[in-house]
Design a binder for this molecule. Structure first.
Ligand SMILES: [Zn+2]
Length: 202
């Protein structure tokens, strides 16, 4: 992401105290602010799409909010007739988040991500703490919601129920979307983000 402009060979710089530092020549570049990343995850029909608009509005000016699907069409085009390289897709989002951090703001990503998807990516070191919150609903409600989708949407019901259970068991922070409006859900997600941002973390 950051390469040294002084060394003759291409040397990847390292993050240090908000700067990018070359491990070979010691060059220091200033523009490498590090901010936390907030992941709002969930299996299909957890309410991610519904919460996007109210969440973006409530966080405007404080965090930049994206749905990871926004890059999906472009990444499909870049992939041509090859399958999408999902680790590269996720690393692109880490690069976006690091770019947003240079404007002083944390990034919020909505998408079906888990911690293991991000920890080993090259862009990980340019992000501060990554926090996960799951949007969840009971299995039966998820089945009903997926069945009620338009015909062209995928109907991988069992897979999504299984993923929802995995998230329930493995991600401690969770908001149930089975009752309450998207505005209610957004308010709870904002409260979760505020707790981290004011909690003295990086
Ligand atoms: Zn260098």
């Amino acid at each position: 992401m950051h390469c040294c402009q002084s060394c003759d060979s291409q040397v990847a710089m390292e993050p240090r105290d908000g700067h990018a530092v070359c491990p070979e020549c010691g060059r220091v570049d200033s523009a490498a602010a590090i901010r936390p990343l907030f992941i709002v995850t969930g299996a299909s029909c957890s309410g991610k799409t519904a919460v996007l608009d109210p969440l973006t509005r409530r966080l405007a000016g404080r965090c930049v909010t994206f749905d990871v699907d926004w890059l999906l069409d472009a990444v499909g085009t870049l992939s041509g007739d090859q399958p999408i390289n999902w680790p590269a897709f996720r690393d692109a989002w880490l690069a976006v988040a690091h770019g947003v951090a240079q404007s002083g703001m944390p990034t919020v990503l909505l998408g079906p991500l888990i911690p293991a998807h991000l920890e080993t990516l090259p862009g990980r070191r340019w992000i501060a703490d990554i926090h996960f919150l799951t949007l969840d609903c009971p299995d039966e409600l998820r089945r009903a919601r997926i069945n009620a989708r338009p015909r062209w949407r995928k109907r991988d019901i069992d897979e999504q129920v299984e993923f929802g259970r995995w998230l329930r068991d493995n991600i401690a922070d969770r908001v149930d979307t089975s009752s309450g409006t998207p505005e209610d859900t957004a308010a709870r997600v904002v409260a979760w983000i505020d707790r981290h941002l004011t909690g003295g973390q990086r």
